[in-house]
Design a protein. Structure first.
Length: 191
């Protein structure tokens, strides 16, 4: 039964459903991605999990390149044309460059360059981060990039990156989740 308004029948028909409302955006169901798409998404998730800092991202990319048959070259050694041919990469700190040069390629051979970056917005530790007051351990941080700060507040954070040790060596670290948190200020102090 159609509801009536003030005992008068409705004078309009139901609105038509537009074509765009009924058509699927893609021919694939969102609930069942293809096996290839699922594998790519899981691989991306594994990479992001293994790479909480730019140093970890470059190291993980190097590990994946090694598994794909690439060979590392060190930038401090001199290379000949035979050394640069084939599948090679150079790793420095949080940066990596890789190439695949076919046998017989020379300086006149065309090439393609694909680039990316491994850093992202973060809260970075200051050089001398140890602070404390009222019996609480605190660390000094600075903003890197352009993070949306509200998404970093009142959550469990972890620390990851590269530590320079007193003997001059470096080591990559990745603490478990919940080693730190950045609490938000009370809403009444934001006015």
């Amino acid at each position: 039964m159609i509801p009536q308004l003030h005992n008068a029948p409705l004078s309009h028909k139901p609105l038509p459903r537009h074509r765009w409302f009924n058509d699927r955006v893609t021919p694939f169901s969102a609930s069942a991605p293809s096996p290839r798409a699922r594998a790519a998404a899981l691989d991306l998730g594994a990479f992001v999990t293994a790479a909480p800092s730019s140093f970890h991202a470059a190291r993980e990319a190097a590990r994946r390149l090694e598994a794909a048959g690439f060979t590392e070259l060190h930038e401090t050694t001199s290379w000949g044309s035979a050394d640069a041919a084939g599948n090679r990469y150079v790793l420095r700190d949080g940066s990596i460059i890789a190439w695949s040069a076919p046998e017989g390629a020379d300086a006149a051979s065309p090439f393609r360059i694909v680039g990316s970056h491994t850093d992202s917005p973060a809260l970075k530790l200051k050089p001398n981060p140890q602070l404390g007051a009222e019996g609480l351990a605190q660390v000094g941080i600075e903003i890197y990039g352009g993070p949306l700060l509200n998404s970093w507040l009142d959550r469990e954070l972890r620390m990851a990156g590269r530590l320079a040790l007193t003997d001059g060596s470096t080591v990559l670290v990745d603490t478990p989740a919940c080693c730190a948190s950045r609490s938000s200020r009370c809403t009444w102090t934001e006015r």
